[in-house]
Design a protein around this ligand. Structure first.
Ligand SMILES: [Fe+2]
Ligand SMILES: [Fe+2]
Length: 147
């Protein structure tokens, strides 16, 4: 298991924690498939890995757009900053997918998932998602520069 959800940071919105729990489940499954494929490169294992990556990408698109929708509805002032982090990581995920499909090597995806991504995810949830969830749940109010 790459990430233990029990030890993963939680935020003040249960629906966000539920999405994160599912994300971590997919990442752990993806990580197992990466390791399997690296120790036994076969067409069959590549298809499974490719499918899981696609599932993770689609889940992430929904994960991010769900948070963005809530931020827009509640007029979260630093919306653009939070969305920028989402956009950056989504672009990186798409580049890694392209590389995986082109090279059929799991070296890039292994490095991305095990190193950069885990660190990014923990940091993102502890900062952006934590502040966003506090705001959405009414625990803090932030002065809006326009209203
Ligand atoms: Fe999130
Ligand atoms: Fe987020």
């Amino acid at each position: 298991m790459l990430i233990d959800f029990e030890k993963f940071p939680k935020v003040d919105m249960e629906n966000m924690n539920d999405v994160h729990e599912n994300d971590i489940k997919i990442i752990n499954e993806l990580n197992d498939l990466i390791e399997n494929y690296i120790s036994n490169e076969s067409e069959e294992l590549f298809s499974k890995l490719d499918e899981k990556y696609e599932e993770w990408l689609n889940h992430t698109i929904e994960h991010f757009s769900g948070e963005e929708k809530m931020m827009i509805e509640k007029k979260f002032p630093p919306y653009a900053v939070h969305k920028q982090e989402h956009d950056n990581v989504l672009n990186a995920m798409k580049n890694v997918q392209e590389d995986l499909r082109k090279t059929k090597s799991a070296a890039g995806v292994k490095n991305f998932v095990q190193n950069g991504l885990v660190r990014w995810l923990v940091n993102h949830v502890q900062t952006m998602d934590t502040v966003t969830a506090r705001f959405l749940s009414g625990k803090i109010s932030l002065a809006h520069p326009i209203n």
